[in-house]
Write a protein that binds this ligand. Structure first.
Ligand code: 3PG
Length: 397
């Protein structure tokens, strides 16, 4: 694909797809990570004489105008991050948008209203995309985290204007390639989360690409059930036991070592400060539930991690939102951070919960790369092609 560097943007209005789908409470942005990450792209476009006009979705208004989902509420945080005034159009297309864009000069930047207020967006409608394209002379996609959606502003638009990737898009793709595409081996993947059923494609794809697969969270219980281990009242998908067994057999054939809990942290209640105990993995009482992996598991995971050059992480190891069930996630995160600081490990993590867990552990800064993506990160780990990325590649050909 083309990059900002390759493209002639001088004097052009550059329709720039970004991801401003940030958490908002009472009309205020509570986490500006995604906003902060697009700043270099906006500045790079301006430095090449382009005028960035930002396109983004917010939430899921399903093709209708929903006031509480207006991008206008993001404007103050965006202006603070960019350190300049941002023009806003409460229409994405047509006369009002054209007037706002016509008023811009070099050095300016504008934001147009939520792309998902329009039915054509999620339908990836070409006519709708053409009416957006009419506003500008080039298109930059910097929204890796929305690249799994084949929508007008992420897909069709790339076919209607000279198109390229923004700096964040480039950085995400480079980091992900270093983690799973062209990775230095051995590679360890840590996969956590509640359900095997939602991560089946992910596990299957990883088996062929990684040397160690650490399974944590509720998913691990399903694997334990598959091995005939009693898990008491733990969250587990008993009907997925056969599938879990098939995954373990396949792993053995492809030389991938699956690491499951050796010891467990159990409690009778799932609440902060609940009485908990550490037990060997096959000692879970019938009336208890497994809420975290124990210290022996963390030690084994750490030993394996020391053998690895690359780590890719999606999903916490335990019920990290509630103490003390965040202990295994924190300890594993600290180990990864330490090895990364010593330049022994390339560490890449993504997914909403994972990033929250690493932030909570206070080590996100130490990771080689933290993706801004949730769903897109997962689909990419599943080995799927992302329509937004494919569109950029095609456009360059
Ligand atoms: C995200 O928040 O992961 C992206 O912005 C995509 O949002 P969506 O899941 O509503 O498409």
């Amino acid at each position: 694909f083309n990059t900002i560097e390759d493209m002639d943007l001088d004097g052009k209005v550059v329709l720039t797809r970004v991801d401003l789908n940030v958490p908002v409470e009472d009309g205020r942005v509570t986490d500006t990570t995604r906003i902060d990450k697009i700043v270099p792209t906006v500045k790079a476009i301006q430095a090449k004489g382009g005028i960035p006009v930002l396109l983004a979705h917010f939430d899921r208004p399903k093709g209708k105008r929903v006031d509480s989902m207006s991008l206008k509420q993001i404007l103050p945080a965006l202006e603070a991050a960019l350190g300049q005034k941002v023009a806003f159009s409460d229409e994405l297309i047509g006369g009002p948008a054209k007037r706002v864009v016509a008023g811009l000069e070099k050095g300016d930047v504008a934001l147009l209203e939520n792309t998902r207020f329009y039915e054509g967006e999620e339908k990836n409608d070409r006519t709708f995309a053409a009416s957006i394209a009419a506003l500008g002379g080039a298109y930059i996609n910097d929204a890796f985290s929305a690249a799994h959606r084949a929508h007008a502003s992420t897909e069709a638009l790339a076919q209607l204007l000279p198109a390229g990737a923004g700096l964040l898009m480039e950085a995400e793709l480079t980091a992900l390639d270093a983690a799973l595409g062209d990775a230095q081996r051995p590679v360890m993947a840590v996969v956590g989360g509640a359900k095997v059923s939602t991560k089946l494609e992910l596990l299957t794809n990883l088996l062929e690409k990684v040397d160690y697969l650490v399974i944590g969270g509720g998913m691990a219980n399903t694997f334990l059930v598959a091995k005939g281990v009693e898990v008491g009242k733990s969250l587990a998908e008993r009907d997925m036991a056969d599938t879990a067994r098939a995954i373990m057999e396949k792993a053995e054939k492809s030389g991938c070592t699956i690491l499951l809990p050796k010891d467990i942290v159990v409690a009778r209640e799932f609440k902060a400060g609940a009485a908990s105990e550490v037990l060997p993995v096959d000692d879970c009482p019938a009336d208890a539930m497994i809420l975290d992996a124990g210290p022996a598991t963390v030690a084994a995971l750490g030993d394996a991690m020391e053998q690895c050059r690359t780590l890719i992480w999606n999903g916490p190891l335990g019920a990290f939102e509630i103490e003390p069930f965040d202990a295994a996630t924190n300890a594993a995160a600290q180990k990864a951070a330490e090895l990364t600081r010593e330049q022994r490990l390339i560490s890449v993590a993504g997914g909403g919960d994972t990033v929250a867990a690493l932030n909570k552990a206070g080590v996100a800064e130490d990771f080689t790369f933290i993706s801004t993506a949730g769903g897109a990160f997962l689909e990419w780990m599943e080995g799927k092609e992302l329509p937004g990325v494919v569109a950029l590649t095609k456009s360059a050909q």
